[in-house]
Write a protein that binds this ligand. Structure first.
Ligand code: ATP
Ligand code: MG
Length: 230
């Protein structure tokens, strides 16, 4: 049986927006991924917001956002597992479910990857999956040089290369790919603020996501979002 690769794209997705979808499709195509799993976290490991929207709403919005791309999958793994969402647990769980004919390509931003030494079981994580590190405004790929040498040895800098990413997977082991993938100037923070201010989010989030936000009264200032019936 031939080897298949699937992408894992994690985030809080509060809410998912066009920047997420454009990036995911670009990476999926460039790396020849059979599917891209959108993985809304239950609780981020480094909790930085106390106003995070209920995980069930965030998952439902990811379902809405990914509806029209047959290669996009909304994965409830982290939401269903509960607690803090550690990437190693997710990758292990997926790998076990999918078997050894499938490799995982984990997509993450440079801002998160430079902190890789603080991730749970990061050595095991880097042995289990390939990682695509995408640029983030305000961060430079030179920050990678501060990481331990053994991580640097696994780096494939796609910016130096003319060969397509999909042809750069090794026969053995896992790699860390540095990618200058597109970054559209949209953030979930901006979408939340626009909704709170009563401004338009048209063309920033898919129409289905906007409908969900409005139907459930999410992100309205001074309002408590409605509970999801469970
Ligand atoms: P927030 O404003 O709440 O921090 P966000 O827009 O950064 O939200 P996240 O859910 O944190 O969205 O994003 C998950 C991942 O998606 C990020 O780690 C990043 O790699 C990527 N990402 C976010 N926004 C964009 C964008 N506009 N273009 C490309 N990639 C993005
Ligand atoms: Mg963010």
């Amino acid at each position: 049986m031939s080897l298949k690769r699937v992408g894992v794209f994690g985030g809080t997705f509060d809410p998912p927006h066009l920047g997420h979808l454009i990036l995911a499709e670009e990476i999926r195509e460039a790396f020849g991924l059979a599917e891209m799993y959108f993985m809304p976290c239950n609780e981020p490991p480094h909790k930085d917001r106390d106003d995070l929207t209920d995980a069930k709403h965030r998952f439902a919005m990811v379902v809405a956002a990914t509806l029209h791309n047959p290669a996009f999958v909304a994965s409830p793994i982290e939401v269903n597992r509960g607690g803090k969402s550690f990437s190693i647990d997710t990758v292990r769980q997926l790998q076990e479910a999918m078997g050894t004919d499938m490799q995982i390509v984990f997509v993450t931003g440079l801002d998160a990857f430079v902190e890789i030494e603080t991730w749970n079981e990061y050595r095991e994580f880097l042995d289990l999956c390939h990682v695509v590190v995408v640029s983030r405004p305000g961060h430079g790929f030179d920050e990678i040089a501060k990481l331990p040498e053994w991580i640097g040895d696994r780096v494939v800098d796609l910016r130096d290369s003319d060969a397509p990413p999909s042809e750069q997977f090794p026969d053995e082991g896992r790699r860390v790919f540095l990618s200058d993938a597109v970054h559209i100037d949209i953030s979930s923070t901006d979408v939340r603020e626009r909704i709170a201010a009563g401004s338009s989010v048209r063309y920033k989030v898919p129409a289905e996501v906007e409908r969900y936000i409005r139907a459930n009264g999410l992100f309205r200032s001074g309002d408590v979002p409605r509970e999801v019936a469970s």
